[in-house]
Design a binder for this molecule. Structure first.
Ligand code: PNW
Length: 444
């Protein structure tokens, strides 16, 4: 199959962007420092029983204090770009009103240092850490939050827009809406379909409002959104399995992409209702994108059999129990290319959790290297199929706070010893570095 053999750096064009990604709550720590307000993830992680082992992001990778040496690590990987997120409650503690200079300074310094080092800063405005003060008045279920977000986006756009290489509004609205409000696994921990779909709608609307506000303010950076996407496969050719896969694809991919690119919600879905929408909402949601970020981890597997038939998993499973399925990335990209009029694409996340062990200063994570290699081959295959993929960001730079699973799952290229905050490059980091440096050589 296409993923056998070796993917060569020369397969990618000279200007292809190589990067690594993180998010604020997962790495920064310093949850109460320098005037940062509380977010829904502070509340959630401090609620007993919500996060494995009672872990919180209070300290995380202590990146708020170690940011300069952390950027040295990023640069040491030889990559071109670093994707990070801005903690809204750090820069605007209550989600409206006053701005926090110390929080704003942090991101100013981070961006300026990246530029000095020749690293392209790719900023995400919302990676799930809503100011708690906004949740207290309804959070994303409250339509007013869309305007709060557009104001925040405009302010940050004015502040950073002439220095960053891109600005994404939301990271994975599916996760916020569904994991946070239907499955109860993420903050704010609700289980209500009506709320979840209203939240999804407001995330989409706030995205469109933010793009309009930033553009009206003259923000020059390319603007987009990051969606998590997967193809959905039926466990058998039985009509009920095939139909279930189509509905799952509707819920996961189309529910977000159709409003943005086609101006409506999909008809084929498991959901039993539509959110409340105002007359111009789809016009506002469907603003042109300068880029689309895709986060890909695994495929969706649907089985109506009892007990369900597991995916065959020829490549194995990660420590998240997610099937490694690189072919799915190619299939997904070719599929959305067929269905939508796409802007340039960045793979803004792709990565694997392994039960990594640090021994004698080394982490032997051959599975992660193979995951990386096979998914780069999958990106190359999609590019050869005509999909305009411009860059790839590995998730994640560091082992970090993996949301409801705490520090148990390790996605990093760089191992973090949480007792000492010692960072150690894993074998996969060395492999990625060599690949990127070879690409630079062959691109000269
Ligand atoms: C993404 N799913 O989350 C996030 O953007 C990261 O913050 C996170 O650390 C990473 O992937 C690994 O989990 C996802 O259930 C969480 O399909 C769950 C799913 C997808 C993405």
């Amino acid at each position: 199959t296409m993923n056998q053999g070796t993917i060569k750096p020369a397969a990618f064009p000279p200007d292809f962007v190589w990067g690594v990604a993180t998010s604020a709550y997962q790495i920064e720590g310093a949850a109460k420092e320098d005037g940062r307000g509380l977010s829904i993830w502070d509340t959630f992680s401090h609620t007993p029983g919500k996060v494995l082992n009672g872990d919180t992001g209070d300290v995380a990778c202590d990146h708020y204090h170690r940011w300069a040496e952390d950027l040295d690590i990023v640069a040491g990987l030889g990559v071109d770009a670093y994707r990070f997120s801005i903690a809204w409650p750090r820069v605007q503690p209550a989600g409206q009103g006053d701005w926090n200079e110390k929080g704003l300074d942090f991101y100013d310094r981070l961006v300026d240092r990246m530029l000095e080092m020749g690293l392209a800063p790719h900023a995400t405005l919302y990676h799930w850490d809503l100011p708690q003060a906004l949740q207290d008045v309804g959070g994303w279920a409250n339509r007013d939050t869309c305007q709060r977000f557009a104001d925040y986006a405009e302010y940050m756009g004015r502040r950073l827009g002439d220095r960053v290489a891109s600005i994404a509004t939301h990271n994975e609205p599916w996760c916020t809406a569904i994991k946070g409000n239907l499955l109860g696994e993420f903050a704010p921990g609700l289980r209500d379909e009506g709320v979840a779909l209203q939240v999804a709608h407001h995330l989409l609307l706030s995205h469109g409002m933010a793009l309009q506000a930033m553009r009206a303010a003259g923000v020059r950076a390319p603007l987009g959104i990051v969606l998590n996407q997967s193809p959905a496969h039926p466990a058998s050719n039985a009509p009920e399995d095939v139909a279930a896969a189509a509905r799952a694809y509707g819920d996961f991919v189309r529910w977000y992409a159709d409003p943005i690119f086609l101006g409506r919600y999909p008809a084929i879905t498991n959901y039993t209702r539509l959110p409340e929408a105002h007359e111009n909402d789809f016009k506002n949601i469907g603003q042109p994108l300068d880029f689309l970020g895709i986060n890909y981890y695994t495929r969706i597997w649907t089985s109506t059999a009892q007990p369900p038939v597991p995916a065959p998993g020829p490549h194995g499973y990660s420590d998240m129990d997610w099937e490694t399925y690189p072919e799915g990335l190619t299939e997904l990209l070719l599929g959305i290319q067929r269905d939508y009029d796409l802007p340039p694409i960045y793979i803004t996340e792709n990565g694997m959790a392994c039960a990594d062990v640090l021994a004698n200063g080394r982490v032997a994570d051959a599975d992660r290297t193979e995951y990386l290699r096979s998914h780069l081959a999958a990106v190359d295959a999609a590019r050869r199929g005509g999909v305009d993929v411009r860059g790839y960001f590995y998730w994640s730079l560091f082992d970090n706070f993996e949301w409801e699973l705490g520090y148990d799952k390790r996605f990093g290229l760089v191992h973090v010893d949480y007792a000492t905050q010692q960072r150690t490059l894993k074998d996969s980091a060395h492999w990625y570095r060599d690949f990127v440096l070879q690409h630079k050589e062959t691109s000269k």
